[in-house]
Each structure stands twice: as structure tokens, then as C-alpha cells.
Design a protein. Sequence first.
Length: 204
Amino acid sequence: MKRDAFTTLSKIELEAMQKALPFMSVQEKMELFEDLELREKRASLKAASTNMLGFAQAVYPNFKVGPHHKKLAKIFTDVVEGRKKRVIINIAPRMGKSEFSSYLFPAYFLGKYPEKKIIMGTHTAGLSEDFGRRIRNLIDSDEYRDVFPQTLVADDQKAAGKWSTSAGGQYYAAGVGGALAGRGADLFVIDDPHSEQDVQSLSF
């Protein structure tokens, strides 16, 4: 059992447990530890459904939280709750920007609002589809369903670049210059709209 399980107890409960523990039978101790494990799991799932960092740690193996992730999580909470409408994120390469912003965040957003629509735009449709495939597969995973059991991918539309949730939400992938006329979104994510070659040519 992880030590974190003890943090799910109130101070009064913890003190009472510490006093009673030496007098418990082996069976009573086993039952107590099972109860603590259950409390820990419930606390973790609650954190995962209400906080981006908790969600990332629940569904992304070995996810390591950095100071920038904490700032991003706060920003994304403001986006989810409607306090921020437009956000631009500039971070050094290899800091997990795309993993957090274009993979985990859209999955978290659909977990909170399975009926809403997302458009993902990158410099190629293929890259947007790659994100779409990963998000779709994440939503289909057992780890995700433990956190957001109400968000499911619809059976009739599962293409990587265009799929729907059973609640009527949708993910649509688009590259720069792709056709978006007539499409709307509750969340529009733009990740690297320029290729590395384009950026290099513009810098000279």
C-alpha cells in the first residue's frame, strides 16, 4: 500500500487509527489496509476528473510534473471554466508542450464536456490525425474510463481525423489550408502551424 493512502484520512481518523492499530487482529489490519487502498483510489479518481495534473498522472504512465505543467494546468482550468478564451503557449522544445496541450488537454476537455466539439489544426492534416488517433485510443482505454466513464467514442465514426463521442461531441483534424467552412468548435487547438522547414526559411 502506498503511503499516500494515509492522506485520504482526516486528522481525527488518523489519530484514532494509530491508537487502535496495535490492538487489531491480522484480519482487522488487512481489512483496514483494503479500505485505505479504496479511499486512495477514490481520491485519485476525483483528482483526475477535476484537475489536469491529476488526470495526466492517472492516464499517462510515468508522467513527471514540472513547474511549467502546473502553470499550464491552471491556464487550461481557466479555459475549461470559460475564464480564458484565447491562449498562446510558447515553450522551449522537448518540454512536453504538445503532449500536454494537444493530447492530454483535448482528452480532458471531452471528459468534462463529451457533447462539445474540438478542431485540431497543425501544419499538416496527418499530424492532426496522429493526435486524433492518440486521443481516441486514450478515450477507449480502461484508465480513461475509470476517470470519465460517461465519455465514449461513438461506434459509427472512428476515423483518426474525424470521430464523434456517443454524446454528440466531435474531434476534427485539419491541416493548414484545409477546408473548415461551415465547421464550428468549442475548443480550437493550433499546434505548430508552420513546419520546421518553413520556419528555417523565414529566419534567413
